[in-house]
Design a protein around this ligand. Structure first.
Ligand code: KG4
Ligand code: ZN
Length: 336
């Protein structure tokens, strides 16, 4: 069973083809991605209207590239999946519109996929795929959640951010330091040259006794610190970046370990853009090793948005018998 997946929720256009035969984890046959980062960089963030227009330009050429590389014809595709949400409404509409139009033209069923389910399942495409059940730490630009995952489609929320997401904390702090968009990878690169203990920054809700997060106060503390430094900021930027990263990672690691203790599970899955962060990975690897916990990540290039995770999630939902296949090509998107 061939599943085509289209991702267009934010600033990356991703298209992929997976083979979801039998009960084995779907196999990735081909995937292509176009990142709009260069286009949005001049504005310091994603400009929704420009994002939608660029998705329109890219999505069909990427689809053809995927089919060419997989040496398949569009007529061979059994199901066409797209990201239904969350994301930017206009950007989502491009992927949904193209998916439904292709499906209608080919007489194939369509499936709308939850973007976060794509992230959550993306480690199944890695060389070391997890087994159910597990705790998932989902850390993206818009979300920070801990979940108990018993099987495909069974997700129990254990805790989440009450304000900013971890990715947002990286991005907003980076912006305050004058780093380019998207801030996460830039801040993390700069932090390599700094001292993570140089500045004392808050770790909100660390001892709250629940599994919720809060990162809004961190951004304010970074701003206060930057103002205090004044002209000195330029010389101390790497230290401030390292301290910011240390605070975010510290909270993510400690809360993840609390979730492991609370559920008694011995498997942790990390997914979403912030899952690419090297300090987060090394700290989690170290503490999980100590505690006999297996930790799984998506491959680095599949941490941020991509079409492969959408095709994968659709394939896994189909295999689990969760999806009534639709041949009604009226589509809806769910930005929130
Ligand atoms: O999952 P994602 O691609 O998009 C959403 O669904 O939101 O995540 C993007 C987020 C951005 O906030 C970006 O700055 C962050 O992931 N990110 C990182 C790193 N790579 C991406 N944050 C910290 N360190 C990184 N290496
Ligand atoms: Zn995402």
């Amino acid at each position: 069973m061939l599943v085509l997946g289209i991702e267009s929720s934010c600033d990356e256009t991703g298209v992929a083809l997976v083979d979801a035969r039998g009960r084995a984890v779907p196999r990735l046959l081909s995937h292509f991605l176009h990142s709009q980062i260069d286009m949005h960089q001049a504005y310091g963030g994603v400009v929704p209207e420009l994002a939608s227009r660029d998705h329109i330009r890219r999505v069909l050429p990427l689809t053809h590239a995927v089919m060419r590389e997989a040496q398949r014809a569009l007529a061979d595709v059994d199901v066409i999946a797209y990201t239904r949400g969350p994301g930017l409404a206009g950007a989502l509409l491009v992927g949904a519109g193209v998916a439904c139009s292709l499906a209608a033209a080919l007489g194939k069923p369509v499936m709308g996929v939850h973007h976060l389910e794509g992230h959550l399942l993306s480690p199944f495409l890695s060389a070391d795929p997890p087994e159910f059940p597990f705790v998932a730490l989902l850390v993206s630009g818009g979300h920070t959640q801990l979940m108990r995952v018993d099987r495909v489609g069974s997700y129990a929320l254990l805790g989440e951010t009450i304000d900013d997401a971890a990715g947002e904390a990286f991005d907003k702090s980076a912006k305050l330091m004058g780093l380019p968009y998207p801030g996460g990878p830039h801040l993390s690169k700069l932090a390599e040259q700094g001292d993570g203990a140089a500045f004392k920054l808050p770790r909100p809700l660390l001892h709250s006794g629940n599994l919720d997060f809060s990162f809004a106060g961190l951004k304010t503390a970074v701003l206060t610190q930057a103002k205090k430094l004044g002209d000195e900021l330029e010389n101390r930027k790497a230290d401030l970046a390292a301290s910011t990263q240390a605070a975010i990672v510290d909270v993510l690691v400690k809360k993840s370990m609390s979730a492991m203790a609370q559920t008694g599970l011995k498997r942790l899955v990390v997914a979403g853009g912030v899952g690419a962060n090297a300090l987060l990975r090394s700290q989690l690897n170290a503490i999980c090793k100590q505690r006999g916990i297996r930790v799984h990540y998506p491959e680095l290039h599949l941490c941020t948005d991509n079409g492969a995770m959408i095709a994968l999630a659709a394939g896994m939902r189909l295999q689990a018998g969760l999806e009534p296949l639709q041949r009604a090509y009226t589509f809806d998107v769910k930005p929130r």
